[in-house]
Design a binder for this molecule. Structure first.
Ligand SMILES: O=C(O)CCC(=O)C(=O)O
Length: 273
């Protein structure tokens, strides 16, 4: 597959039924199969590994994680990823899923991250339970993440798991990464015995989608290979910037209480367009 083929493959829509949309809004998460055609997902995976070998500069984010939690994953932001990724993340296919689930005519990209989870044999660990909302400088909970499996992920590889219905719990604050001494999410999860959705097997290109308030985490990767999840956080373009510090917005000159008007936060093509 070349980049032109990728663009053609992603220039289509993913139809969802009213039942699918209602279930997502009730549960706060969903599995959506074949969001990215298999050959595209495998091409992105190959590109990532080729680029990673060629370019030694791999960004290791969250330097302020407490040390024992750095094993959760390595986060690669879009600026460090091959350009091909952009064609996929800003495609009509991705837009169509986000639009239908958010109930808007157009969505805006907030961020793309590639989560690389090493096997436990190479020191990888679990991803602790958290919500995405408490980290973003946004004035409302109108975002969702489409997390795409880049490669076949059997259950033991540690795809995301969710606390169903937890998008109704409100914002629970920063998790153990920043508050190892006082993690409210962990405290509530253990006191209230929150059940997690069962471990999932995903084929390359399948995705899970979760709202920005849905509590989620991932088991350690107990396979022998690296697990890659391409996580794209899209938002309702009506969302306003609060001015709270954030690595992706600091220094961009965004106006507080205004929409995210900057090329780093592009509007996606309308899938119906
Ligand atoms: O892939 C992971 O382990 C974490 C991903 C995550 O937390 C997210 O996409 O919101």
């Amino acid at each position: 597959m070349n980049d032109a083929d990728l663009e053609i493959a992603m220039d289509s829509t993913v139809p969802m039924s009213d039942e699918d949309v209602t279930a997502f809004r009730n549960d706060g998460w969903a599995v959506v199969r074949n969001v990215v055609p298999r050959e595209v997902a495998l091409h992105l995976r190959d590109q990532f590994f080729a680029h990673k070998t060629a370019a030694a500069a791999v960004e290791k984010e969250r330097a302020d994680y407490v040390d024992e939690l750095k094993v959760q994953h390595v986060v690669h932001r879009e600026v460090t990823l091959p350009a091909t990724f952009r064609a996929a993340t800003l495609s009509r296919r991705m837009a169509s899923v986000a639009e239908q689930l958010l109930g808007v005519e157009q969505v805006q990209m907030f961020r793309t991250s590639l989560f690389e989870k090493l096997p436990t044999s190479d020191g990888g660990g679990a991803t602790g339970l958290h919500q995405d909302y408490p980290y973003a400088p946004v004035d409302r909970s109108r975002g969702l993440t489409i997390w795409v499996a880049l490669g076949d992920l059997p259950e033991e590889m540690g795809a995301l798991r969710f606390v169903e219905g937890s998008h109704r719990f409100g914002s629970l604050g920063r998790d153990e990464v920043f508050r190892p001494d006082n993690d409210y999410v962990k405290h509530r999860a253990s006191n209230e015995r929150w059940p997690l959705t069962p471990p999932l097997a995903l084929a390359a290109g399948d995705a899970t989608v979760h709202t920005d308030l849905t509590v989620h985490g991932a088991d350690p990767n107990r396979s022998g290979a690296t697990r890659l999840g391409l996580a794209n956080l899209y938002m309702d373009p009506e969302t306003l910037y609060t001015g709270a510090p954030h690595p992706l917005t600091d220094g961009l000159g965004l106006a507080v209480n205004r929409p995210f008007d900057h090329p780093n936060f592009p509007l996606l093509p309308q899938s119906a367009g």
